[in-house]
Design a protein around this ligand. Structure first.
Ligand SMILES: C[S@@+](CC[C@H](N)C(=O)[O-])C[C@H]1O[C@@H](n2cnc3c(N)ncnc32)[C@H](O)[C@@H]1O
Length: 232
């Protein structure tokens, strides 16, 4: 069975609409790709999303891909958005990334929540200096703080294992954050699993300084892998 678009860790499935509407900004061939909703498959370990996905006209498959990585079917485009950080460990991330690259015919699109630490990370480094953090930096569900450079390393590793595919990765800025008023920026002392800045957080952990960033911070990195060679 082969699909047009698969979303791994699909949740409510907003990735399908976004990929159809503005996916061409990152994957140019998506501009003219006529996507049949029935040819879109959402995979999630939580079957509570089945009704939403099927209600939007797509197919749904309930699977824990960490336990059954080979269950991911083939597709032209595979979306892996805000997902890899939920896997149990780096070994599992490696297995899922390599399987997605094996199963994607045209492109694999990873959206990485920015966990990069260092001036080049354009995120947590800058916030840490003013006693703030991205809310997602400390969430118990985020078991792997995957860096962009680590994903790029996994694509290089894949090319050594499957040299015929010649996978190329392009890393692009996703959402930009221009000032500390972004609701996902919270005081560094806020407890683990704080999701957003809100009046209670302000009252308990202090008001955020009002800072504008000359160079916008990056909330998400879009990492798009395309292939010059055929699937094995
Ligand atoms: C943060 S949500 C991302 C949802 C969607 N991709 C998006 O960007 O809006 C992560 C999703 O991954 C699912 N998930 C976590 N671990 C999983 C696993 N091992 N196998 C399949 N789904 C998993 C969760 O149930 C959740 O729906």
């Amino acid at each position: 069975m082969s699909f047009h678009v698969i979303s791994v860790g699909c949740g409510l499935g907003s990735s399908f609409n976004e990929a159809i509407k503005r996916g061409h900004l990152f994957v140019p061939e998506l501009k003219n790709a006529a996507i049949d909703k029935k040819q879109c498959l959402g995979i999630d370990k939580n079957d509570k999303f089945a009704l939403d996905i099927v209600g939007q006209g797509h197919e749904f498959m309930c699977r824990d891909v960490a336990a059954e990585v080979e269950a991911i079917p083939e597709a032209d485009y595979i979306l892996v958005w805000n997902f890899l950080e939920h896997l149990p460990d780096f070994k599992s991330v490696t297995q899922v990334v390599h399987e997605v690259l094996n199963k994607a015919k045209k492109a694999a699109w990873f959206r990485l929540t920015n966990f990069d630490w260092g001036p080049e990370g354009m995120g947590q480094w800058t916030l840490g200096a003013i006693n703030l953090r991205f809310a997602w930096y400390s969430q118990s569900q985020h078991t792997v703080k995957l860096k962009t450079s680590e994903l790029v390393g996994l694509v290089k590793e894949y090319n050594l294992l499957f040299p015929g595919r010649n996978a190329k990765v392009e890393v692009m800025r996703g959402r930009n954050v221009t000032a500390t008023d972004d609701p996902y920026i919270i005081p560094n002392t806020s407890p683990t699993d704080t999701k957003l800045y809100c009046p209670e957080i302000e009252e308990k952990y202090g008001k955020k300084p009002d800072v504008r960033f000359e160079e916008p911070l990056v909330a998400n990195w879009e990492c798009v892998v395309t292939f010059e060679g055929e699937q094995g």
